[in-house]
Design a protein around this ligand. Structure first.
Ligand code: 6PG
Length: 480
């Protein structure tokens, strides 16, 4: 008979695949005693064999794991999102007591998080949906953390999460985002922006490559850009990826990797929800679709065979100018993606009554996460204390767009004329032109709708709703 373990651990981690293991070690490195449990005991044994001296309390039974935790018990679940999460939560809920805290650190859909939070609240438990960004390295050494859950529960779990998070100028990249699904929603939008940012970088690379620059020259260009306003983790790793030589063929690895991009779904969720909430996020949508086009082998084979158009290459009149123009296009598109993502967060916050502070969201993306970038400090400062209708209305962003405008348009126009696909760049530019237009052709759409469906329209010069008798004498009727 085994005895019940003493409650000596301040936090517990369930699920010891690489993210869970690294997060558990991160807690341990910050002086916490960490209870660890994995459904397959071999994983727990591996952790103990390699890092057992770092401060873990291993358990082979979930009940022992729970018993080894100090109260209120703080349990972080790091299992594969979906059914695994529900099964783990259900099993834990049987063993936990009111006041205990359950954290889901996976990339769960925020609606699942809302459902789980409501169910556990009924049992007196605090459920936290926590977005964690930064990959394996971040989990170990300091991720960006986006927790959603009750303010009361945050008092018990927040300080631990803040401790293990990345720091920007000494400030933790972790802050209470809001209740129930708010944290996972913000992480989802982070990923949507991540998709857009990656697409823009890929388009910049493609334009430069099509203009005859070598991979080495493009890598050096990104490295150079990374010393300025575009400074970001994704630009940094782009140079590294471009520099990689394939051991088998001696070619650049990027020329050997199949050109079909995968996705696990968070970018798609962002677009689906944006459609539902009526928030235009066309840059993110194009980045999801671009991955999707890349994976359609049949479509691409047919297109390659039949669709006419200019060659996917061109000879720039002034190379240095083109490089600078592409940099400006990249900067502009990046700003638009942030503006759209933050708009989506603002709208969701109003819809769900989450009270999310957009400046705080920008602040905890400044370090640790995949989209960390120098620009985020500026975005934070622009939102702090200001109720911006859009990031595009922020003074320093307006100046930046004005400065980049001519070059960005030239780069995007050149790419389109040369047949280089730039769906992300083009979407960003179209969005800017839409929002700044004094008049949109939506008036014509309203006329068409009224013509075939009597859907009515408003006038610019009078109150009320109007309909034209299109199939009769074409007189106008005022309906209210
Ligand atoms: C992060 C990443 C992480 C994951 C992406 C990859 O913030 O650490 O976003 O969550 O790597 O979800 O997504 P895809 O496989 O869909 O590209």
């Amino acid at each position: 008979m085994t005895s019940t373990p003493a409650a000596t651990a301040q936090v517990g981690v369930v699920g010891l695949a690489v993210m869970g293991r690294n997060l558990a070690r991160n807690f341990a490195h910050h002086g916490y005693t960490v209870a660890v449990y994995n459904r397959t005991a071999a994983r727990t044994e591996e952790l103990m064999a390699a890092y057992g001296d770092e401060g873990f309390v291993p358990a082979t039974e979930l009940a022992d794991f729970v018993a080894s935790l100090e109260r209120p018990r703080r349990v972080v679940i790091m299992v594969q999102a979906g059914k695994g999460t529900d099964a783990t939560i259900d099993a834990l809920a049987e063993l936990l007591e009111p006041g205990d805290i359950v954290v889901d650190g996976g990339n769960a859909h925020y609606e699942d998080t809302r459902r789980r939070e409501a169910a556990l609240r009924e049992k007196g438990l605090h459920f936290f949906g926590v977005g964690i960004s930064g990959g394996e390295e971040g989990a170990l050494n300091g991720p960006s953390i986006m927790p959603g859950g009750s303010a009361e529960g945050y008092k018990a779990i927040g300080p631990l999460l803040e401790d293990i998070s990345a720091k920007y100028d000494g400030e933790p990249c972790c802050a209470h985002i809001g209740p129930d699904g708010a944290g996972h929603f913000v992480k989802m939008v982070h990923n949507g922006i991540e998709y857009a940012d990656m697409e823009f970088i890929a388009e910049a690379y493609d334009v430069l490559r099509s203009a005859g620059l070598s991979i080495e020259e493009i890598s050096a260009t990104f490295r150079q850009w990374n010393t300025g306003d575009l400074d970001s983790y994704l630009i940094e790793i782009t140079s590294e990826v471009l520099d990689q030589v394939d051991a088998k063929t001696g070619k650049a690895l990027v020329d050997v990797i199949a050109d079909s991009a995968g996705q696990k779904g968070t970018g798609r969720w962002t677009v689906q929800i944006a459609l539902e909430l009526g928030v235009p996020v066309n840059t993110i949508a194009e980045s999801v679709f671009a991955r999707s086009v890349s994976g359609h082998a049949d479509l691409r084979a047919a297109g390659q065979e039949h669709v006419p158009g200019p060659a996917h290459s061109f000879d720039p009149a002034d190379r240095a100018q083109l490089v600078e123009d592409v940099r400006k296009a990249l900067w502009t598109a990046k700003v638009v993606a942030y503006a759209q993502g933050l708009d989506l967060i603002r709208t969701a916050s109003l819809t769900y009554d989450w009270n999310i502070d957009v400046a705080s969201v920008a602040s905890l993306w400044r370090a640790g996460c995949i989209i960390r970038a120098r620009l985020l400090e500026r975005i934070r400062a622009e939102y702090a204390g200001h109720n911006l209708p859009t990031l595009l209305a922020a003074p320093s962003i307006i100046d930046g767009i004005a400065e980049a405008n001519e070059g960005a348009r030239r780069a995007i126009g050149t790419a389109m004329q040369a047949g280089v696909p730039v769906p992300g760049f083009a979407a960003a530019l179209a969005y800017l032109d839409q929002v700044r237009a004094q008049r949109l052709p939506a008036a014509l759409i309203q006329g068409q709708r009224d013509y075939f469906g009597a859907h009515t329209y408003q006038r610019t010069d009078a109150e009320g709703t109007f309909h034209t008798e299109w199939s009769a004498d074409r007189s106008e009727t005022k309906l209210d």
